[in-house]
Design a protein around this ligand. Structure first.
Ligand SMILES: Cc1cc2nc3c(=O)[nH]c(=O)nc-3n(C[C@H](O)[C@H](O)[C@H](O)COP(=O)(O)OP(=O)(O)OC[C@H]3O[C@@H](n4cnc5c(N)ncnc54)[C@H](O)[C@@H]3O)c2cc1C
Length: 225
């Protein structure tokens, strides 16, 4: 089901929530999966509050036992992994990068239904006036296989070149903790953590990073740290 609004480039979370609520009511799904994203945070909470269905956030794994599900969810910024038994219907908010891309294969034919989002958008209280799209052509850390991350311990902007050279040798992307980005030493797109990118590389080398919970939230799923 695709929602489109001809007069708007961007649909606010408020509108998605109303549209998704209508779909959920009509289709009665057993499970609603929402991405952990700016919109996902608003939409999942809205649907949960209005349906009364349980919502589990920061989900990294889903295991099925017949009709029941167990999910593994992060708590305390990824310091604890909780096994949660889920009663269906339920809403799960999935961490970016938590699941590997599925191998391409034949899929059953599905019909695509388009919903006109215009009336819902017009009756909403939120108006999007502008959106700044980050330049992902520069870097997409969420798909990087190797990351060299620098923290405040790097000392100054000039020293980042040392880490950048190392990253080049390793075929890795350079990333930073929040203080590094707040200092303007690296662009925001290269920030890892709660308010940055959630990454899952094979190798994550952290230099001068203390491992605050908000940082761990973005990288604890890396294969080798
Ligand atoms: C709502 C919220 C969201 C946040 N989002 C994020 C986020 O997305 N990403 C993020 O990273 N943080 C985030 N933070 C901030 C987070 O709490 C920490 O303050 C931050 O991660 C610390 O960054 P750091 O590890 O680089 O610095 P510090 O904690 O200062 O650590 C520096 C480390 O470098 C070491 N060091 C110093 N000198 C050297 C040296 N010469 N050689 C080697 N090591 C050295 C120190 O021993 C220390 O371990 C958020 C905080 C809040 C409240």
């Amino acid at each position: 089901i695709v929602a489109r609004a001809t007069n708007a480039d961007v649909i606010p979370a408020e509108t998605y929530a109303v549209l998704l609520r209508e779909v959920v009511t009509a289709e009665s799904p057993g499970l609603v999966l929402v991405p952990y994203s700016a919109n996902g945070l608003d939409v999942a909470a809205d649907i949960s509050a209005r349906t009364g269905w349980p919502l589990i956030s920061y989900v990294n794994e889903i295991k099925r036992h017949g009709e029941n599900l167990t999910v593994v969810a992060q708590m305390y910024g990824g310091k604890i992994l909780a096994d949660c038994e889920v009663q269906l219907p339920a809403i799960l908010m999935i961490n970016p990068g938590a699941f590997a891309e599925a191998a391409p294969g034949p899929i059953a034919a599905a019909s695509v239904q388009t919903i006109d989002a215009e009336p819902t958008l017009a009756s909403g209280k939120v108006r999007m006036v502008a959106i700044d799209v980050p330049d992902y052509a520069d870097v997409d850390l969420t798909t990087a296989e190797r990351i060299v991350c620098v923290g405040r311990g790097i000392g100054d902007e000039a020293s980042i070149d040392l880490a950048r050279n190392l990253a080049t040798m390793l075929g890795a992307e350079i990333a930073g903790s929040r203080p590094v980005v707040d200092n303007g030493w690296l662009p925001k797109l290269r920030q890892v953590g709660k308010s940055g990118q959630k990454v899952k590389p094979k190798l994550y080398l952290a230099l001068g990073v203390s491992g605050a919970p908000e940082h761990l939230e973005g990288m604890s799923q890396a294969d080798l740290i």
